[in-house]
Write a protein that binds this ligand. Sequence first.
Ligand SMILES: Cc1cc2nc3c(=O)[nH]c(=O)nc-3n(C[C@H](O)[C@H](O)[C@H](O)COP(=O)(O)O)c2cc1C
Length: 328
Amino acid sequence: MTEPSLTLAEFRLLAAAGGAAPSLHNSQPWRFRPTADARGLEVYVDPSRAVPVTDPDGRARYISVGAALFNLRLAAGHLGREASVRLMPDPAAPELAAVLDLSRPADAPAADLYAAIGQRHSSRRPFANRDVPEAVIGELMAAADAEGVTLSPLEEAGVRRVLALTADAEERIAADVARHAETRSWLRLDEPAADGIPAAALGPLDHEARVPMRSFTGYPQAMPSERFEALPQVCTLTTHGDLPVDWLRAGQALERVWLVATTRGVRANVLHQAVEWPDTRALLRDPSEGPGHVQLVVRVGYGQPGTPSPRRPVAEILDLTDRQVDQR
Ligand SMILES: Cc1cc2nc3c(=O)[nH]c(=O)nc-3n(C[C@H](O)[C@H](O)[C@H](O)COP(=O)(O)O)c2cc1C
């Protein structure tokens, strides 16, 4: 059975869900366009939202769009549609990340994960000294696995190794004038930072300068220092390949893991510094785990939920034809 065309309101709901995804520096590098028959959605990587110094290959851009894609799949289920996804369908058009065919009814929408989209925020404050139980970690691993990606929770030695690599990478980022200027260009300094600290008051050493995140470098920070959990719980997300299609999978896995965590009251944030340099990125991989490419480092734990960060209006990320606009 074929479902009718989607309405404008339904396309807007889809775009709002996609647009709520996490992205590097909150760059939101996505665009959505209804298919010609209005029974599907094209998902584009938006090169005008690139972060070229920090992300020269566009890896983080595709990961961010992958996260948006997972939200779109959930939103499709919420609308009673099955999302049949083709990743990178046109080799001649690498900016076309995916096409969603939404013409069939959904079997069983994952309602709790859809509801978690608006509750998920980056939590960069200290977490409690209370471990996320193994059963919940198992659920997070299964969530990544369902997207063809491996989530590996690290043992103490691994955590210390990864945090040391993050410190090394952050030190280099702090010394890189071009990167620093690029990062600041993505900040909205007129707005209060998440967690109530004015963005403009934050010092130059914070990778994501809006946030009171621990400086792993040991340099003084321009914010009150806070005690973080004694041993952070850190996981890596690893893919087999290292092509745009793998980055899209990693992004979908990131969002699935993060939303499952949200439904369990577990907070998370991304530590991206070490994957931004080829040498520290290569060292992130635990050789005992076999081949693979680390795409992201994620910290999980219990603590404050984090606050919402601004999003572009739906009208800016949803491309409509003149005829569709006339229907407003
Ligand atoms: C590829 C990628 C890299 C990111 N890197 C970092 C990071 O290094 N530090 C950090 O605090 N947040 C990082 N984030 C999280 C974003 O800053 C965050 O998703 C964005 O600001 C929107 O906020 P929200 O997650 O609360 O919705 C990253 C997210 C993605 C998808």
